[in-house]
Design a binder for this molecule. Structure first.
Ligand code: SAM
Length: 282
């Protein structure tokens, strides 16, 4: 595995949260007759290495760390029955295939495709006794809202969603509305213009010199995250009341980690567990 460098302390926090949830989730459903499936929709290559700039945070930063696919494969108490790893980059897929050969007793499928195409296909295959955890862990704005909606409609999936706060913040200028190319990308992430546009309004201090004042953005990262939360709440059975803001070394918000459950019965157990984990100090 090449273990290309990316991420930092926030990556570790995100993966620790995922690990604890997967352990608790599989143990909780151990005695039920569900087929448990783990789906890593932005799977990477199985391992990761923090960037050199995080040397001081990781004394042993040269060593490879377990990425989300490895973490899921190593869940022991009750292993997942099936694994689906989706990855668009073909080289990373080759690493995932090698990882697959290290776990001959696990039922693993690696798909080299766009998650926004493969996830809807996967959702259509789910049977009555299938239950899945989907991890959406993009680098930036790759998750289309339509994909999130399809997941929510299955009523069989718990979903961890890494929402790209910094990328979205940059796409939404403060003093004017975004240019067309950016507004189309925002539409794709939020599932329509009206959602992100609700953060824009007339300037709070209008200029007397400007007869037709342009719009300005009201609110920062928190309001953007709240806007996406409302979108999740509109399609999922429940969304964990706590989410986690993952920041960089300058304390700037990079991502917001959300948890959402789609199964009406399952949500009453899954949400308190996820919320408890999200509230912990990592
Ligand atoms: C943050 S990394 C994932 C890290 C991984 N979860 C881990 O813990 O090691 C994001 C991955 O998503 C892949 N990717 C980006 N866009 C994608 C898409 N539309 N569909 C599938 N994979 C995509 C990238 O190639 C990259 O490997």
């Amino acid at each position: 595995m090449s273990g290309r460098e990316f991420g930092g302390p926030w990556t570790r926090a995100k993966l620790d949260i995922l690990r604890e949830y997967l352990e608790t989730y599989t143990t909780m459903l151990k005695k039920q007759r569900f087929n448990l499936i783990y789906v890593d929709a932005f799977a990477g290559e199985g391992s990761w290495k923090p960037g050199k700039e995080y040397d001081r945070d990781y004394g042993d930063f040269r060593t490879l760390r377990q990425g989300s696919p490895q973490i899921a494969l190593k869940i022991q108490d009750k292993a997942f029955d099936r694994f689906l790893f989706i990855e668009r980059d073909s080289q990373r897929c080759e690493s995932l295939q090698r990882l697959r050969s290290e776990f001959p007793n696990r039922n693993i499928r690696v798909v080299n495709d766009d998650a926004n195409i493969e996830l809807p296909r996967f959702c259509r295959t789910l049977g009555d006794f299938d239950r899945a955890v989907v991890f959406l862990d993009p680098f930036a704005t790759e998750v289309a809202w339509e994909t999130v909606e399809v997941i929510a409609r299955t009523k069989k999936i718990d979903c961890w969603i890494l929402f790209p706060l910094m990328a979205i913040n940059r796409m939404m200028p403060r003093g004017k509305e975004p240019i067309l190319a950016l507004s189309e990308r925002l539409d794709r992430v939020f599932g329509g213009q009206e959602h992100w546009q609700s953060l824009y309004g007339p300037p709070l201090q209008p200029s007397l010199l400007d007869p037709e004042p342009s719009q300005e953005r009201h609110g920062g990262s928190k309001e953007i995250a709240d806007c996406y939360r409302r979108r999740l709440e509109s399609v999922f059975e429940r969304v964990a009341p706590t989410s986690r803001t993952l920041t960089n070394s300058q304390n700037a918000p990079l991502f917001e980690l959300f948890f959402a459950a789609s199964n009406p019965k399952g949500a009453s157990r899954a949400i308190p567990i996820a919320n408890h984990i999200l509230l912990k100090k990592w």
